[in-house]
Each structure stands twice: as structure tokens, then as C-alpha cells.
Design a protein around this ligand. Structure first.
Ligand SMILES: Cc1cc2nc3c(=O)[nH]c(=O)nc-3n(C[C@H](O)[C@H](O)[C@H](O)COP(=O)(O)O)c2cc1C
Length: 328
């Protein structure tokens, strides 16, 4: 398996036949651009490190894909502490894209990730200049262990960027178009929920050549320590994630699904099978698990098993038949 991953096409080993469970069949395999996944559950960027941190807790090979922490051209220290705090049914974070930079990522992190055999989706961002996305994509395009590139145009925690690229349809279009020119890898664009019309931005990404969209990144929020009368995190505002944002995320997946034909990777507050299923029914082709990994590192594997059981129980042979099956 590892041999195939390193020498041949990295995903030759993926089983395309349906999973067999107790004699019943449930086909969980999906396609995102050129990427074939054995199941639709992936680890969300920034909540799974570079997977190494989780290897002692779960069988990483069972995941559909792993999305890396967002990397930038140069190493970043991230924002000052405190960078996280708990909120009702969620958390705020202002990590500020701490990462070792692309060269160190390729040298020190990617070989370990590639050995796992899961498709590796590399999340990238710029520190201000959109051209950095292009430079990063060009570099990753040459690396066969990189299965896909996710454009994080929606991080709310970078100083000096008051408007995100994903808050402006024209800027999103231009950025995706310029990256599309330099790579044939599957391109996923990650969108921000901090917008008026998510479908407009999703359409812009699709028409510029994105193979898929990921949504949602975190919602901008703020939490105050009333005794100190200070913000609970040093950067004052941060990104809200966890179950508190799930209804917003499901709504946005559903709205985007009405407008775009490309696959949607849904995320935001998924903590169990039921919450994951909401996303598929709303129109997501795959889901990513974020904050819940901090509470239960095995949650993604439980969700894969849970989806399988749900499909079998409801006599749905293919996950495809569940996607967008919302009755209104
Ligand atoms: C601590 C933390 C760090 C994150 N870092 C990133 C990141 O580097 N890149 C990114 O695209 N999203 C990042 N996210 C956003 C998640 O990938 C996800 O979109 C969001 O948290 C919603 O999903 P959840 O409610 O399941 O966590 C981060 C989220 C958290 C909680």
C-alpha cells in the first residue's frame, strides 16, 4: 500500500468496491474533482495538525482524507496567547495560522503523512499578497503525494486583512482563476460564513475553475471575561467553531447546493453521525470534522461507521443517493 502511494499513483490502492457490512452493502466512496475517496469523512484543517498528533489514538488509514493545517510560504509563529477559549457549545480560536512554512512542511511533515496512505489535501494561505497562493500551488503541483490543494481564502485570524478574499466574489474569482492556471491538482476553495450571500461566492469559485468548495470556516466572534472586563483571547476577536455554528453551516451548504454543481465539503459543528448526516441531506458530498477532534479523537471513525449503518438501515445502497435528498 505504501509502495503504491510513494511510487505509483498515490491512490491506486483505494477500494472502489462497496464496503461490505454483515452481508449488507453500502457504498461510501465519493469523488471530488479527480480525487476518489473510499469514504466521505475527512479531518478539517487546523484541528488535526499534520495527523502525527493523532496516530496513537485512532487508525488514521480509515479516514477518507486528511486536510493539513494551513501552510504559508514562510514559517509563522501565529498570534499571541491566549489564542483559544471555550464558549457555549463551541470555542473561539485565533491561532493566526501558526505553521512551519512550505519548505519545512514538504521536508518534515509530508513524508510521514504520505506513508499513511490517505489522500493528503494541503491547505494553503497567503499572508496578505494573493500571489503567494500561486507560488505555493506551483510548488505543490509537482509533488505527487499531494492529492489536492485547499485554498484557505477565509481565515479570519490574519492581522491586517480586514476583508477576506472569500468576502468578495470578484476577488475570489480572480484568486481561484490564477491558481487554476498553475495546477492540475484537484482544487478546493474554502469559504467564509462571514458573508451575506454564500451562494454568490460559491458560484464565483466554481466559475473560476475550483473543483469543489469547502464550507464553512469559522464565524467571527468575541467573548469577554466580565471580572477583568477583558476579551478572553488576546486578539479580541476570533473564529467560532463547534456545535453552536452547525445550523449556520447546514443552511449555507443547502444554499450553495442550490447554485453550484461542484461537490461541497460540509463542516461546522459536526460531532456525531446525526450531525454529519444533516450535511449530506443538505447537499454535501463529503464532510470534515474539526473541533470535535479535540473532545473525541475517534469521532471521525465513529461517524464513518455510523453513516454506513444509516445507509444500510434505510436501504440506501449509495451515499450519492442521500446527497441533497432534503424534502421541502
Ligand atoms: C483551533 C482551530 C484551528 C483552525 N485552523 C484552521 C486552518 O489552519 N485552516 C483552515 O482552513 N481552517 C481552520 N480552522 C477551521 C476548521 O477547519 C473548520 O472549518 C471550522 O472549525 C468549522 O468546523 P468545526 O465546527 O467542526 O470545528 C480551525 C479551527 C479551529 C477550531
Amino acid at each position: 500500500m505504501i509502495d503504491n502511494c510513494l511510487r505509483g499513483h498515490p491512490y491506486d490502492w483505494i477500494q472502489e468496491r462497496p464496503w461490505e457490512v454483515g452481508g449488507d452493502m453500502a457504498n461510501l466512496s465519493i469523488k471530488i474533482g479527480k480525487l476518489k475517496l473510499k469514504n466521505p469523512v475527512m479531518a478539517a484543517s487546523g484541528t488535526f495538525g499534520y495527523a502525527e498528533e493523532f496516530k496513537d489514538f485512532i487508525d488514521l488509514k480509515k479516514l477518507g482524507a486528511i486536510v493539513t493545517k494551513t501552510i504559508t510560504l514562510k514559517p509563522r509563529k501565529g498570534n499571541p496567547a491566549p489564542r483559544t477559549c471555550e464558549t457555549s457549545a463551541g470555542m473561539l480560536n485565533s491561532i493566526g495560522l501558526e505553521n512551519p512554512g512550505v519548505s519545512s512542511f514538504i521536508r518534515d511533515k509530508l513524508p510521514h503523512l504520505a506513508k499513511l496512505g490517505n489522500p493528503v489535501i494541503v491547505s494553503i494561505a497567503s499572508e496578505g499578497d494573493p500571489q503567494e497562493f500561486v507560488t505555493l500551488a506551483k510548488r505543490l503541483d509537482k509533488i505527487k503525494e499531494v492529492a489536492a490543494i485547499e485554498l484557505n481564502i477565509s481565515c479570519p485570524n490574519i492581522k491586517g486583512t480586514s476583508t477576506l478574499i472569500s468576502q468578495d466574489a470578484n476577488a475570489a474569482y480572480d484568486l481561484v482563476k490564477s491558481v487554476r492556471k498553475v495546477t492540475n491538482k484537484t482544487l478546493i476553495t474554502k469559504l467564509s460564513p462571514n458573508v451575506t450571500d454564500i451562494a454568490e461566492i460559491a458560484l464565483a469559485a466554481e466559475s473560476a475553475g475550483s473543483d469543489a468548495i469547502s464550507l464553512i470556516n469559522t464565524l467571527t466572534g468575541m467573548s469577554i471575561d466580565i471580572n477583568k472586563r477583558e476579551p478572553k483571547i488576546a486578539c479580541i476577536t476570533g473564529g467560532l467553531s463547534g456545535p453552536a455554528i452547525r445550523p449556520v453551516a447546514v443552511r449555507m451548504v443547502w444554499q450553495a447546493y442550490q447554485k453550484v454543481k461542484i461537490p461541497i465539503i460540509g463542516m461546522g459543528g459536526i460531532v456525531d453521525t446525526q450531525s454529519a448526516l444533516e450535511f449530506f441531506i443538505a447537499g454535501a458530498t463529503a464532510v470534515a470534522i474539526g473541533t470535535a477532534n479535540f473532545i473525541n479523537p475517534g469521532v471521525s471513525i465513529e461517524i464513518i461507521e455510523g453513516i454506513k449503518k444509516y445507509l444500510i438501515k434505510n436501504k440506501i445502497n449509495n451515499l450519492d443517493d442521500l446527497i441533497g435528498s432534503l424534502n421541502v
